[in-house]
Structures are given as C-alpha cells and as structure tokens.
Design a protein around this ligand. Structure first.
Ligand code: ADP
Length: 709
C-alpha cells in the first residue's frame, strides 16, 4: 500500500480542533439545580458519590464503557486526542441525584440555605471533589468512569461556581480558569511538537551527549537541509557500506500523518515537500525488537504533577501497538509499506490484518505489562528495561521543563490568580533489538478513548468498548485524580477522627450519618480502590538526575530578567541587565559587544522560528548566548562544565545582589558559597564574602520564583 495517499485518506478531517460544544447553553438551566444537589451531598453523603446508595453499591469493579456513539468517527488511537472530532456527550450518564432521588423537598432559586458541611454530631464532612468535565472531549468516557469510582462530583456542563478540577481535552486555554487545578500546562502542546521537542533534546545532547543518546539524530527542515545532506555525505564518504534510512515527519502531523521513509537526502519526495511543510528528518531505527515478527512501540503514560518542584509519575502499565505486516529492514522496495514500518493504531486499524482482542496479551494492541511478561519468560532482564525507560522519561521531562516554565510565568504571572496545573503525557517509545529504549515522540494530549473501531462491512465502522484501553486508561485518569485530590488531607483526617469516636456512639443514626454512601464505616473511597498505578520517579530519583538540570537553571536566570510579566522574550535592556548584574562584561567583552551578540542571535532565532508574536530574545536564543559566554569565559573545559561554571557564577552574583537588597537597613552576615570562578579577582571576592554569614538565599533566585505547579 502506498504510504502518502493512504495516509492522507485516513487522516482526512483528522487534525482539526473541535468547536466549542453548542450544548453548553443547556448547562445554565441545570447548573443551579446541580449546585443545590452538590450542597446536599456535601452534608449527608460522606462518600460523595452523588448517587443513591444502592447505585453506588452496584458499581461493578470495572464499569462498562458507555454505549458507543455512532456519531463519533475515529477510534481509540494513540496520537493526539486533539485531532479527533467528537460529538458532545449527552447528559451525564447518571443524573446528578441527591439523597432523595424523587420528590426531594428542594428549595429553588439562589437564596437556598448553604450547607455548613457540619453534621448533627459536630463533624465536618468532607464534600466531594468537584470536576468540570465540560471540555473533556474524547477523554470524557474514561473520566466519567474514574469520577464514579472515586465517588466525586462531575459537572458535565460546567459550573458557575469554581470547581476543584477542570479536565480539558486539548489545552490549558480551553477555558478561562482562575482557581483550582487544570489538567494541562500552558505551552505543553507547543513544547512537544516534533521540531520543538527535537530542539529541546538537542540542547541536552550538546551538553550531555551520552545521557541523551536515546533520541535519534534529527534535523529540522527546511532550515537544516544543507547540514543534513552534508553530514550524511560525510559519513558515507567515511564508510561507503553505510546504507542509512531516514524518516521524515511533518512538524504539525500526528497519527502517522504525512510520514515517509527515504534512503537519501536527495530523494525526490523530500525535495518536493521541503519548502511547503516544516518537518523533522530523523535517523530511522532499523533494528527494532520484534514480537511475533512484528514491530511494535510502547505508549507510556507519564504524569507531570508539578513543575516547581518537579514531580513526575509514571504509570506502571501502558499499551503496546503492533504493526500488522511482518517487519523487514528497510529496502527501496518496502519503504512504502506503512503496516510494516509504522506502529500507529490509527493506520494499522485499516489493515486487513489488524487483530482486535479482549485479551490484554494478544492482538494488535496489548498492555505493555503483557509484553514485559513475555520478554521475561524469554530470559530478558525486564528490570533493566524498565529502569532504562524511567531514565528516558525523566531526562526527556528535564529537557522540556525549562521552556515550560517560561510559558507558565507568561500565562500565570506570579501574584495573579490562576489555577495550578498537572498533565498526563503520552510517551511513544521503541525498543531496539538490543532492548535499548528510543524516544519517538511525546504527546501532550494522548488519546484517552476507551473504545475501538470495528469494521462491520467494507468502509463501515462502529465503535465498541475496548477492554485493553479501558483497563489502562481509566486507571491512569482515576489515579491522576487521586494524586491531585485537593481534599485528600481533609478526608484522611476525617477518617482518623471518625475511627475512634464512632466506637463509642450510642445512637446508631449518628454512625449512619458518618458512614460513606456505600454503607461502610470508612468514608474514604480510596480504601476500596486498587493501589495507585502511578509510581513517583521524581523527586524519588532526583539525586541521579539533578546534575542534568542546567538548562532549568538557565531558564530561571532568563525568567528573572524578563521584566514585565506576561512576556516570553528578553528585551535588549533585560539582556544588558543580566550581563551587568552577573558581572559578565569585562575588558574583553564590552557592553557594545554584548549588544551585538544580542542582536545577532536574536535575529537569527526569530527568523528561524518565524515567531513574530513579540520581539526579543527567546529562551533558546538566550541559551545559545549563554553557551557562547560560557565557552569564552571557561576555556578548556567540556561544554557542560563551562555552562555549569557560568551558571554558578551568575547565581552567585545574583545572590549577593539579593542579599545586599535584603540586608539594606539591617545588619547581617553574608554566607554565600563562592562558586568556581574564572578570574582571580572574583575568587578572592568570593572567598572574602564566604567568611561572612548572612543566611544564604537558597538559590539566589528565590524572589523571582513562584510555585509552578
Ligand atoms: P506521529 O505523531 O505521526 O505518530 P511518530 O513520531 O510517533 O509520529 O511516528 C509514527 C510512527 O513511525 C511511530 O509510531 C513508529 O512506529 C515510527 N517511527 C517514528 N520514528 C521512528 C524512528 N526514528 N525509527 C523507527 N521508527 C520510527
């Protein structure tokens, strides 16, 4: 099957965003009623199920997915969820009900008495966590099941009062939110685009080539076409037997859209699209690990719980997506066989050989744990595979976070009201034959659909529940919610409070009140749920990886000098202030030279990224300038040591400045540790200052930081 036509046919209508749901208008009418109901539940339903007791008890361990909606095209693909159109969900699967399902004596209007949340015996019952699911789009079904299992309260049409959690299907900007938590970070979608990700990883590859060799060598097109051609030619000249293959991926593509393989930079297909579509061309991994002779990749779910401090969780299970045609190493004859080379579900579903299975260990989509189990039975050291994968995930997130912080401070400047953020990311990973994991891409909106397409007759598909998807994805969403639970502490202390006095109660009706809606004496629904499927990997392994966070520290410097909040680019004055405050100018680097450096690098980056949003120096340009300054100042060291030394020096001078400002008007002692310094004068000054002892500013940047979580 020819690659390009097939791809475009399959993707038609794919990469478009949904319009805002027209059904939102209906929300207003129902909103008031729901708020009243929620208040009632806060008072009497410690479990917060929002359902009559009987319904809660009958909830099966794994709730069946809602009936398929024939109006929904697409399938439970593993690309960006943003690409699939979905008709708005109908009213909530279970109507929100208070403790009186029918004929409830209910005050109408907004003057109704507010619940105090205090029961007759004086306990404060923790109200259910509220989740706005009105923008959840394709993750709605899995989200609904999760909320039900947690016995939280869903607001499917939004809510006039603030919710605790907002679940967005596409981006941070899906709606304006000023409080609570939202499941997207501003800028994440931009950060994981193929070109941006490649750039972010490349910076890390320059600093730590060994640590970042899990990402295939990549070139950004069209800018780096000449470089690509020249480098390939150079290796070929060195080794004429080298017969490489490259994969070309359009920057804006997803689900395999527009991807093709080439053997040579001069391939006509590449030159045909070069100017039209920015893309990444990448070394093709020719020797993937095969199972049943088929190539497969891994979709792993990663929760970025907080940016500052950095907190990362990895789901214990993921999905493995299989090709549907036996794999052969690329040759000019098989280059266009998409079912052999591309593992995308959205492509392979259209192959006649796609196997749907309700078992998690067979078929074209399986759980990753079943693959690991199979490998382990063949003697593979799966602990090593898993720890290599964790390491890849942490390093990738470390590459992404610096710029995310810049986006964050621009969208939610310190001191202004705004939500905190978290995000589930989909990591696509390929295992090489030698079991080394390779990062293919990161999805900001991994599909959370829990149904798959079944072909009824040629070209006619229906959606049916997919047990494999449901098993993995519902656990990921539910446990993300559990980790983000804003009332967890309250609920836990309530549990403890209840445990003792309940035993002494004389009136059984008191204990009824204190019980959860399912009748158990434990109001904490967590107790009935499986153990959390998300495992913390950072800060757990911070000690092993913190040395890699140099760009993060550079981003902190950059943000400090951005000046007016809300911008993402450094103006010439900000750059000059940075140079001055960090004492980087000298007889060999005049301020005029600094200005030229600024203009030079900024102009090049702005023309390269074609980013005309605001003028000034973007973070990558700042990093380039920083590298330049570090190389000049600390000659003869490896790049990462040069950069680390310059960061130390900058942080040191800034901390002195901060101390000076703090100490103004108050006597104190200076106690800032002097970094390794390039000049004797600075070393002497540092040593002198170190003899003082004012409590140190933790990182010298504290005043410019704010919680980025
Ligand atoms: P998309 O966002 O369009 O899915 P990917 O980068 O995930 O783009 O690539 C699509 C598929 O192509 C992957 O699932 C994988 O099977 C294959 N692929 C991508 N990059 C490589 C590579 N460097 N080497 C081998 N296979 C690759």
């Amino acid at each position: 099957m020819a690659l390009a036509p097939a791809l475009s046919a399959m993707q038609r209508g794919g990469c478009e965003s949904e319009s805002a749901a027209g059904w939102a208008a209906a929300a207003a009418a129902e909103e008031e009623e729901e708020e009243e109901e929620q208040e009632e539940q806060g008072r009497v339903d410690a479990g917060g199920s929002g359902e009559p007791e009987r319904t809660a008890r009958e909830e099966p361990a794994r709730a069946p997915a809602p009936a398929p909606n024939p109006a929904q095209p697409g399938a439970a693909e593993e690309g960006d969820a943003r690409v699939l159109r979905r008709s708005p969900p109908g009213p909530s699967a279970e109507p929100a009900q208070g403790p009186w399902p029918h004929g409830k004596p209910r005050s109408r209007g907004r003057s109704c008495k507010r619940s105090s949340g205090r029961a007759a015996d004086g306990y404060h019952f923790v109200r259910p966590v509220t989740v706005d699911s009105s923008k959840a789009r394709t993750s709605l079904d899995a989200l609904k099941i999760s909320i039900r299992q947690l016995k939280w309260k869903e607001f499917p049409f939004g809510r006039r009062l603030p919710c605790d959690i907002y679940w967005h299907g596409v981006s941070f900007h899906d709606s304006d939110i000023f409080s609570g938590q939202v499941n997207k970070f501003p800028g994440m979608t931009e950060m994981v685009r193929k070109i941006t990700l490649s750039r972010a990883v490349r910076i890390m590859q320059n600093l730590f080539p060994e640590e970042y060799n899990f990402y295939p060598r990549s070139w950004i097109l069209p800018d780096e076409f000449q470089l690509f051609a020249a480098q390939v030619q150079m290796v070929k000249d060195d080794d004429p037997s080298w017969k490489p293959t490259f994969i070309v991926k359009p920057d804006s593509g997803c689900q395999g859209d527009g991807i093709y393989l080439i053997k040579d930079p001069n391939d006509i297909r590449l030159s045909g699209t070069l100017q039209r579509r920015p893309a990444v061309v990448q070394e093709y991994i020719c020797k993937p690990l095969l199972i049943d002779k088929l190539k497969f990749d891994i979709r792993l779910y990663v929760l970025l719980k907080s940016l500052e401090p950095l907190e990362i969780y990895v789901a214990k299970d993921g999905l493995s997506r299989f090709c549907t045609e036996p794999y052969q190493e690329p040759t000019p004859r098989n280059l266009r066989h998409i079912f052999m080379h591309l593992t995308n579900y959205s492509l392979n579903i259209h192959s006649g050989h796609f196997v749907h299975s309700d078992s998690t260990s067979t078929g074209s989509k399986r759980t990753f744990s079943s693959v690991l189990y199979r490998l382990s039975s063949k003697g593979v050291d799966i602990k090593k595979v898993w720890s290599d994968i964790i390491s890849l995930v942490i390093k990738t997130v470390i590459a992404l976070t610096p710029e995310l912080k810049v986006f964050y401070q621009s969208d939610i400047p310190a001191g202004r009201p705004g939500p905190t953020c978290f995000q589930i990311l989909g990591f696509d990973i390929l295992l090489m034959k030698n079991l080394k994991p390779i990062l293919l891409e990161v999805n900001a909106n991994p599909s959370m659909r829990i149904e798959h397409e079944r072909e009824l007759s040629p070209g006619v598909f229906e959606n049916v529940p997919s047990l494999v998807d449901e098993e993995v994805k519902v656990a990921v969403i539910r446990d993300t919610l559990r980790l983000m639970d804003p009332l967890k502490k309250k609920r836990e202390s309530q549990s403890q409070q209840l445990e003792k006095p309940l035993a002494r109660k004389e009136d059984p009706s008191d204990s009824d009140l204190a019980s959860s809606s399912d009748g158990s004496s434990k109001p904490n629904p967590d107790a009935q749920l499986p153990s959390i499927c998300l495992k913390q990997v950072f800060p757990k392994y911070a000690k092993q990886f913190n040395y890699l966070r140099l760009v993060d520290r550079m981003a902190n410097l950059f943000i400090r000098f951005l000046g007016i909040k809300g911008t993402m680019k450094l103006g010439p004055t900000g750059f000059r202030t940075f140079i001055r405050n960090c004492k980087l100018s000298s007889s060999s680097l005049s301020m005029a030279a600094v200005d030229i450096l600024y203009i030079d690098i900024t102009r090049r980056w702005n023309s390269m990224t074609m980013d005309q949003r605001d003028s000034g120096m973007c973070l990558q340009a700042f990093i380039e300038a920083f590298f330049f300054l570090a190389q000049r100042k600390f000659k003869m060291l490896p790049l990462h040591e040069q950069v680390a030394s310059l960061i130390d020096l900058c942080e040191y001078h800034l901390s002195l400045l901060d101390e000076k400002r703090l100490v103004c008007g108050r006597s104190g002692r200076l106690g800032v540790r002097p970094p390794y310094s390039g000049t004797a004068q600075e070393a002497t000054a540092a040593a002198l200052l170190a003899e003082g002892s004012v409590p140190p500013c933790p990182d010298g940047l504290s005043h410019s930081r704010h919680a980025l979580s």
